[in-house]
Design a binder for this molecule. Sequence first.
Ligand code: BG6
Length: 555
Amino acid sequence: MCGIVGYVGPREAQPLILEGLRRLEYRGYDSAGIATIHEGSLDVRKAAGKIVELEGRLEESPLVGSHGIGHTRWATHGAPTTINAHPHTDGSDRVALVHNGIIENHDVLRIKLEELGHEFRSETDTEVLCHIIEELFDGNLEDAVAEALSHVEGAYGIAVIHADEPGKIVVARMGSPLLIGIGENGEREMFAASDVAAVVRHTRQVIYLNDGEMAVLTADGHSLLDISESGNGEAPRRVSREVSRVDWDLGQIERGGYEHFMLKEIFEQPDTIRDAMRGRLLEEEGTAKLGGLLPLEDVLENVERIVITACGTSWHAAIVGEYMIEELARIPVEVEYASEFRYRRPIVRDGTLVIAISQSGETADTLAAMREARSRGAPIMGIVNVVGSSIARETDGGVYIHSGPEIGVASTKAFTGQLTVLALFALYLARRRGMSLLEGREFVAAMRQLPELVRLSLDESSAIESIAREYADNANFLYLGRGFNFPVALEGALKLKEISYIHAEGYPAAEMKHGPIALIDQNMPVVFIAPSDSVYHKVTSNIEEVKARGGKVIA
Ligand code: BG6
């Protein structure tokens, strides 16, 4: 996952951009680079590998200038080499550009540019944009960028500088997050970033760009433009947007004594679950108060079918949501991968509510699925963590999970935050559809206990760690659960794959006998999720089946 940082103002750009890139390291990357402009000339340093490699180059040969852009790249087109690292430049070394996303028609554009005599240095899709801007530049960078983008198909968040336009950064967005940060405390400076973590140390005043928008940044200010119609020959239209205030503090995006962010975030869960419920549980009425759903009140009164769309961990949370809503509120629910939903012809009839779940609020497939649903007339609700994110802005109503910044790319506290909000939502619907006051009050009382129960589980961490050490050399794992814990088993297997690079599969426990049982022997540890719930005895029978085949059980 790539990262973008830009700076223009009175300070030296290199250290500020480097610091911003370090804040984005958690997203994973395989090369990095920075470009600045000084006294009318463009200078670039890039390195494959970690940011320390780039720092090494900058120590040997520092960049000067108070105006520049930087990038961390996760290779998609072309190997993770120094040449393929961003920023990319044009043939005359006047334009430098960083890009997140994929230019889908880069092949065609490249051939046309080569016919015009442009020579390419890298294997990336991004480089075509530099050459198009070079071709179109006529003294005004924003005009060249707007026109260049009208030739591009695909997704982008970009930041561009030009040696002939000192003190200016042009940024634009289509399907890949981008924001601008406005200097605080009277500082005449501006930042650009793909993630607020990169700038929050210097400013909390940010503007999130929407798809089809471009912003021109100088030390003195910014202008925001709608360029979505530039392809039809229309001039960019000025847009005004309120400045959002980021309410995170630096401590939330630092590790706070933990070895890594994921561990910190796992241990934050008693607090984040409490925060997800704060002010939302009504003891007396035995229900939940969800203010963000007010605009959807009529829809929820008449809803006949719910479709939940999401990716990854959020998709697993959606399945738990499906089980809860169907069991408690008796409303049919379907869960669909956003990447599938967006490319099908999904059926959306009157009475269908579509819910998008996303930690970041920026996942491209989820955003596209939502837009597909909207184009078919569905009302859209969001369950999102990042306040002011694209998904949050484009829904008709929704519920924030209030988990705070989740820096670890593998979602943890956001998953339990999503489950908490889905439980509140299921309760809210159920109380309107037949759940008794007494049942509602019991549900509220049970939810109140959640943070403490999670804390007790976390108290077991050293025992869990010693089990993990014992099994760390195994190459395959099975995760099994039934009912609500079937999707939890899927999530457990995803976490193991994503974090440990160990192959793991999640199954409904009873499905094991229909195939996967053939794999079970002493080399296949099986993780059972078996709380004392209505299917506990069924799960213990499955445990016996595994033991009978010599499998190792972790329960
Ligand atoms: C993936 C992450 O890229 O995106 C997963 O690796 C995450 O951990 C998924 O669950 C969906 O992200 P989001 O922000 O839409 O919940």
